[in-house]
Design a protein around this ligand. Structure first.
Ligand code: E4P
Length: 221
């Protein structure tokens, strides 16, 4: 399973990058707005340090302007994935851009029917929002299962990019299904490292080791 980071905060990206766990980045207009800086500058800085796909979202809602914005965004760097919303104009834009060899991330997907349309429009990634579905008492993970099965039946090449991830359970359940990618808030990546038995076990090992008075690398080594 690939991990993308769901943030436009360059400092957060720089902090996690050395782990080698970052396969890409997703941003959206809300995440960019939170930074209070120029969008182009933010996207350029992210693309300079992240090799994998970096999603940058259009904000126009009509086909002609979405296409223009998509082409503009894709010219910022080779690894840009243009993010378009799952609307009729968004999918027309998706078809146009993917025909030109540009990666497209179709966002705001909330149903299996929408996911079929995105795959048929040549989307590189489909972003079903699991957390926001859970928020309205529908099953986000249930949607991932449905999309996975459908895409497999037709050998669609679109990757499932699980979005709006709120918990460890979302990550584990998506991985069990076989979703190719999850985009995670930085806080959740950090949580994945943690288990109380790891901390407890390490503490005990180090206490026992201290009693031996040894060093792995001797002072004269
Ligand atoms: C990712 O592409 C989405 O922009 C993001 O995961 C949305 O998450 P949220 O529902 O927590 O805002």
């Amino acid at each position: 399973m690939k991990f993308f980071i769901d943030t436009a905060d360059i400092e957060q990206i720089k902090e996690i990058l050395p782990t080698g766990l970052v396969d890409g980045v997703t941003t959206n207009p809300s995440l960019i707005a939170k930074q209070g800086k120029d969008m182009r500058g933010i996207i350029e800085s992210i693309c300079e340090i992240v090799k994998g796909p970096v999603s940058a979202e259009v904000t126009a809602t009509d086909y002609e302007n979405m296409k223009k914005e998509g082409l503009y965004l894709s010219s910022i760097a080779k690894n840009i994935a243009v993010k378009v919303p799952l609307t009729e104009d968004g999918l027309k834009t998706c078809r146009e851009l993917s025909n030109k060899g540009i990666m497209v991330n179709v966002t705001l997907c909330f149903s299996a029917g929408q996911a079929i349309l995105a795959a048929k429009s040549g989307a590189t990634f489909i972003s079903p929002f699991v957390g926001r579905l859970d928020d309205i008492n529908e099953s986000g993970i249930g949607l991932i299962k449905e999309i996975y099965e459908i895409y497999k039946n037709y050998n669609f090449q679109t990757s499932i990019l699980v979005a709006s991830v709120r918990s460890m359970e979302h990550i584990i359940e998506s991985a069990k299904i076989g979703a190719q990618i999850a985009t995670l808030p930085p806080k959740l990546i950090k949580e994945l490292f943690i288990h109380p038995l790891t901390d407890k076990g390490l503490k005990a090992f180090l206490e026992d080791w201290k009693k031996t008075g040894q060093k792995i690398i001797p002072d004269n080594g």
